[in-house]
Design a protein around this ligand. Structure first.
Ligand code: FAD
Ligand code: DLZ
Ligand code: SF4
Length: 507
């Protein structure tokens, strides 16, 4: 045996590039649970439990497939606490002539892997991660010569490249994008699908006990832990989604309902991002459901757009924008993140719903992240780094490459429009249209002024006024600025005073 292959916590795929075409008898796979990964943000307890349990189960699967796996647990007394320290120890334990590793998914870990090349006296090969449709080079070629980077055009190229939902050179159904058919509000439905609840086995229970002991102060619950932690179970959730939720996914993609955290969403992102599920295989299965006449085009296209469109696009933006992307603060927002983001203790029903389900399930769907918690932070002028660190901590699917462009770019417009053509800023009317939250709220979504007024309303106009110099020239913001201009000066002053008064209560 002479090849050492580190397998990171988001590389839990049997077809990982570092493993490809290797003779199993020549290789030792190294998997390590390390402090530095568990503390770079205060991860949700269920997120840590999910990743570590999925790692332990994957190590078993790899062994069953004939690989030798050297696995170091977090509580191992000799554990150095870092990927680099564990590589050094493994090189001492084994007689190794080369190291192969699939590239890291984020800048922080990339810098670490790059440093190994000079640091260790053994050849180190870093391979591209080919679990994505678009390579780094391909994305850079797409960027070249473009004034604006817009997801829609990138997505069309990915459709052509993958052949997904294509009828020759034309899009299936005649349209590239059925987004306008993805915006129905939902009605409560007794037959609504629920994600499968996987009962923790003894390995997962051990991890949960360790997490509860070691990360007691972190946000979240584990007593209701029900994630799949193996590829086999993740495939069961995939099949459940295809059969039960996908048919209505398109219609209700943007909808929100009280005490219904999952609706018709797939709840597959933790499995896709850690490697248990293959995104392209999933998209082909979605396409097959469409061709079999089991799901409408707006569902199949809507889903495939999220995966080969948005997911690939945000990864491209992350690497294109560089390691300093995180420092962007185009709207000059500096307010600290309110404490209720961690507790859910707020009278705004939409916010408490989104945050409480985040605490309970390490999950919120896209519109809750973008138009409730994200929108509130944007309107209130919360420091984008604090917003980013919150999203990175609290969701089971959160890794910086996918979370940062979504939070800092799409939701906070802190990159000044590199990713999104306009800020996703909205008053209470949007939340009222897409949910049943407002009917159950202490505030009145129709009021703009006074103690019962929905805070989103005055905050929205305050955001518009505060950012006039930065946003007025954006053609997609013409309408809000026209409406702001039409308002009576006294109303403008009163709205801004109402917003100021509310913001002061945030502490
Ligand atoms: P579905 O609604 O069933 O969608 C299907 C799949 O499409 C998802 O599993 C995911 O793989 C992909 N997808 C959908 N939208 C996006 C998107 N905008 N970017 C990338 N992939 C997408 N997604 C993450 O995977 N990790 C994150 O850390 C993350 N942070 C986010 C932060 C903010 C502020 C916002 C607005 C969005 C974020 N997203 C993130 C995108 C999206 O919210 C989640 O992918 C989705 O909610 C996951 O739930 P699901 O699997 O049920 O998704
Ligand atoms: C998120 C995470 C956590 C909490 N713990 C570990 C760990 O102990 N070991 C590991 O290999 N990976 C972990 N991860 C996922 C890593 O942060 C992720 O694989 C890196 O970000 C790779 O870029
Ligand atoms: Fe949220 Fe305002 Fe509706 Fe209350 S009234 S749920 S605060 S949007």
């Amino acid at each position: 045996m002479n090849i050492l292959i580190p397998v990171l916590g988001d590389q839990l795929s049997h077809n990982l590039s570092a493993l490809s075409r290797q003779n199993k008898a020549d290789c030792i796979l190294l998997m390590v649970e390390v402090d530095e990964e568990t503390v770079y943000v205060p991860h949700h307890k269920a997120k840590i439990a999910y990743i570590l349990s999925a790692m332990r189960h994957h190590a078993e699967d790899l062994r069953a497939a004939g690989w030798t796996v050297d696995y170091i647990q977090l509580t191992d007394p000799a554990n150095s606490g870092s990927f680099t320290g564990e590589l050094a120890r493994a090189l001492e334990r084994h007689s190794i002539t080369q190291v192969r590793v699939t590239e890291a998914s984020e800048w922080r870990v990339k810098a670490m892997l790059d440093s190994w090349v000079d640091r260790f006296d053994v050849p180190i090969t870093i391979l591209p991660d080919d679990r994505f449709l678009c390579s780094h080079g391909e994305f850079e070629s797409w960027v070249e010569g473009r004034k604006q980077l817009r997801m829609e055009y990138f997505y069309r190229d990915m459709r052509r490249k993958s052949g997904l939902l294509m009828a020759g050179t034309d899009p299936e159904g005649g349209q590239w994008n059925y987004d306008s058919e993805n915006r129905k509000p939902a009605q409560r439905d007794l037959h609504m699908p629920r994600p499968i609840s996987f009962t923790p086995d003894s390995m997962t229970r051990d991890v949960i006990a360790m997490v509860e002991a070691r990360f007691a102060g972190n946000m979240g619950r584990t007593d209701n832990f029900s994630f799949a932690v193996t590829r086999a179970d993740a495939l069961r959730q995939q099949q459940y989604f295809l059969d039960h939720a996908l048919p209505s996914f398109g219609d209700y993609q943007d909808a929100m309902l009280t005490d219904e955290p999952f609706l018709w969403h797939s709840i597959l992102s933790p499995y896709i991002n850690s490697g248990l599920l293959d995104p392209l295989e999933l998209c082909r299965a979605v396409e097959a459901q469409y061709h079999a006449g089991k799901v409408p085009i707006n569902a199949a296209e809507g889903f495939i757009r999220q995966v080969i469109g948005w997911r690939e696009y945000v990864r491209g933006i992350y690497w294109h924008a560089g390691p300093d992307y995180v420092r962007n603060n185009a709207l000059d927002a500096h307010r600290p993140l309110p404490e209720f983001y961690w507790t859910g203790e707020t009278k705004m029903h939409c916010m408490s719903q989104a945050i409480e389900q985040t605490r309970d399930h390490a999950y919120a769907h896209h519109i809750q992240r973008l138009m409730v918690t994200g929108n509130f932070a944007l309107l209130a002028g919360i420091d984008p780094i604090q917003v980013h660190e919150w999203y990175l901590a609290v969701y089971a699917d959160a890794y910086e490459w996918v979370e940062l462009p979504n939070s800092l770019g799409m939701s906070q417009f802190a990159d000044g429009g590199l990713l999104a053509s306009k800020p996703y800023a909205a008053s209470g009317a949007y939340i009222n249209r897409m949910s049943d939250y407002c009917g159950r709220c202490r505030y009145d979504v129709k009021q703009r002024m006074g103690p019962d007024a929905c805070p989103f309303n005055a905050l929205y106009w305050d955001f518009i006024a505060r950012n006039e110099d930065r946003l007025r020239k954006n053609p997609r913001m013409a309408m809000p600025y026209k409406n702001w201009e039409r308002m009576q000066p006294d109303d403008k002053v009163a709205l801004r005073a109402q917003a100021k008064q509310f913001l002061e209560t945030l502490g």
